[in-house]
Ligand binder design. Structure first.
Ligand code: G6P
Length: 612
């Protein structure tokens, strides 16, 4: 969480910083700030979004061709003007922005206070910049050296950018755990938490590695060293994203744009992997690791949030198609409970951002025990793919809306391809079933388009239930994770309390909540559990719940029972999540818009959770 951006070169820094902060706002948006150097060091920061900062800055001196900017998701200290970044050092000669958490900040703060330091904010960040300055002044060191020594004293995660009043020719950056990318232009450098603020200026980037410090000059070459003082040669890579993919393209919100992109994103995800002519699935990213899958006694999925729901779908897919036992773990729980990990486990980490701190830490733990780690990530070049043995990118394109949509369907698509490939090699899927699923999978993008055509009907239903206080989502088998995902989408963007439940478990608790006020969304596609789900629908109806059912086209039975039905095209039940989730995304979207909520930036959330 938190977005950081910096510029050094010949242009005015402020417009570049503000534009970059808008792009990074998905990472946090409770306060924002910039620091600009033009002879004087000006710091402007305030509570609120980047647009609030822009208003706050009207009429101020915003000149300078070196500067840093920050958009915050609060960890230490409430979101207010004082806790907003940048933070000053004791002498106010240095300013710093930070993404991450300094875990031992409290002990360091006590020591610094004893030595006469004064702190304005409640943040861990302010403690670190005070420490850096103290080290610098004590031995009259260069700033980069002081940063290096200070970082050897801290425990935790950081991506930091530091500006010194006395030096208009240099920016210092460092990272551990939180991401940082440096864009190389002609006589200029752009620095940001991800590549989106950089892409319109240059495609040449260096991804800083953990425990590296970058000395970023106005003139000359970028220098990198580790916090153990080992020089590193910057490895320049080429950005693959383009500008159109990170703009709204005529849609009112990024979330809606991303929902509508799904026919394309799922197709992109399958491109070059699903070969209908040969009737084959190929996954180059894991080709060298297939034997590990074939030998695996167990597959463990590690993920958080929506990606964890994709993992649950993966459990159904892998157990059905490969007959390998699967466990799906919240990365945050897994890492702290001394889990049992075998060397022949295949651990699959799923993450849209590739930066989720808990998932990264869980990967490291599993790796240290000798397991094979496979990544399924969306953001190319992010941290998780760099910490796995092998992996498959989802190629959904940048996802900006905080509520995940197209990343989920792309993750499920990759999991389907993987399970098909491994199942075929293991001989656990009969050839006829393999080809049948392949044909159905190939048809999914067009079927998603058909579901999207139900948008007006879904909007109509949203209008009826927009004032609900609670909602229940039910699914069974492979659609149970979709119920969880539908409930998550509703609560995170509309702030309506929603629960996802396995349909049959309803009678062990949630049924007590059902009355004539309660919308109950049931996924009742024509799969092996259909009749059972129809019985669950009857149970809801008997208690006067308001039934909204997602059904397979042509369903006549549920039509007579539910208040509303949303039809989706028929497919193999194992692929139903890819279609059934679409109306749930749209339903949440419309309800949230009708309730006046900020759909793309829901309160208290952030898209990339780089703190544990
Ligand atoms: C946050 C986001 C979710 C996302 C989760 C995991 O909570 O708001 O949309 O599912 O993090 O993120 P990841 O990038 O690892 O998939």
């Amino acid at each position: 969480m938190c977005g950081i951006v910096g510029y050094i070169g010949n242009k005015e820094a402020y417009p570049i910083l503000i534009k970059g902060l808008h792009r990074l706002e998905y990472r946090g948006y409770d306060s924002a700030g910039v620091a600009l150097l033009n002879g004087t060091l000006n710091v402007y920061k305030c509570k609120g979004k980047v647009s609030d900062l822009e208003k706050f800055n009207e009429g101020k001196d915003l000149h300078g061709n070196i500067g840093i900017g920050h958009t915050r998701w609060a960890t230490h200290g409430e979101p207010n003007d004082i806790n907003a970044h940048p933070h000053y050092s004791e002498s106010r000669n240095l300013v710093m922005i930070h993404n991450g958490i300094i875990e031992n900040y409290s002990a360091i703060k006590q020591e610094l206070k004893k030595r006469g330091h004064h702190f304005e904010s409640d943040t861990d960040t302010e403690v670190l910049i005070h420490l850096i300055e103290e080290i610098q002044v004590k031995d009259n060191l260069k700033l980069a050296e002081a940063v290096r020594l200070a970082l050897n004293e801290v425990v935790g995660a950081y991506a930091i950018l530091i500006l010194a009043k006395a030096d208009t020719n240099e920016l210092i950056a460092a990272k551990k755990g939180s991401p940082l990318v440096i864009g190389i232009g002609k006589d200029e450098f752009y620095i940001a938490s991800d590549a989106t603020p950089i892409v319109e200026y240059t495609k040449d980037v260096v991804y800083l590695e953990d425990e590296e410090i970058a000395i970023i000059p106005r003139h000359g070459e970028l220098k990198i060293k580790t916090i153990k003082n080992k020089p590193k040669t910057p490895h320049v890579s080429q950005l693959e994203i383009n500008l159109e993919t990170i703009e709204k393209g005529g849609f009112e919100h990024f979330m809606l744009k991303e929902i509508y992109e799904q026919p394309r994103s799922v197709r992109d995800c399958m491109r070059g992997r699903l070969n209908m002519t040969k009737g084959m699935v190929q996954l180059g990213g894991i080709a060298d690791y297939e034997q590990k899958f074939l030998n695996a006694k167990r597959i463990v999925f590690l993920a958080c949030g929506t990606s964890w729901h994709a993992g649950l779908v993966g459990e159904y897919l892998f157990e059905d198609l490969t007959r390998i036992p699967v466990e799906v773990e919240y990365a945050s729980e897994f890492r702290y409970r001394n889990p049992i990990i075998y060397e022949d486990d295949v651990v699959i980490a799923i993450s849209q951002s590739g930066e989720t701190a808990d998932t990264l830490a869980a990967i490291e733990l599993a790796k240290s025990k000798g397991a094979t780690i496979i990544g399924i990530c969306n953001v190319v070049g992010s941290s998780i793919p760099r910490h796995t043995h092998a992996g498959v990118y989802t190629h959904a394109g940048p996802e900006i809306g905080v509520a995940s949509t197209k990343a989920f369907t792309a993750q499920v698509t990759v999991l389907t391809l993987m399970a098909l490939r491994i199942g075929l090699r293991k001989g656990t899927i009969p050839a006829s079933r393999f080809h049948q699923i392949l044909t159905e999978l190939d048809a999914i993008p067009n079927k998603i388009t058909e579901v999207l055509e139900k948008n007006d009907q879904i909007k109509y239903i949203a209008d009826i239930y927009k004032d609900a206080n609670n909602a229940l989502y039910l699914g069974r088998g492979v659609t149970f994770p979709v119920a969880l995902e539908g409930a998550l989408k509703l609560k995170e963007i509309s702030y309506i309390h929603a629960e996802g439940y396995p349909a049959a478990e309803m009678k062990h608790g949630p049924i007590a909540l059902i009355d004539e006020e309660m919308p109950v969304v049931v996924i009742a596609t024509r799969g092996p559990n259909y009749e059972k789900v129809v019985s669950n629908i009857q149970e809801v109806k008997a208690r006067k719940g308001k039934l909204i059912a997602i059904v397979t086209e042509g369903d006549e039975i549920v039509k007579d029972l539910a208040h509303h039905i949303i039809e989706i095209p028929a497919t193999d039940e194992i692929l139903a999540p890819l279609l059934a989730v679409i109306p749930l995304q749209l339903l949440s979207y419309h309800i949230a818009v009708m309730r006046g909520c900020n759909v793309d930036q829901p309160r208290n959330l952030a898209k990339s959770v780089t703190v544990e």
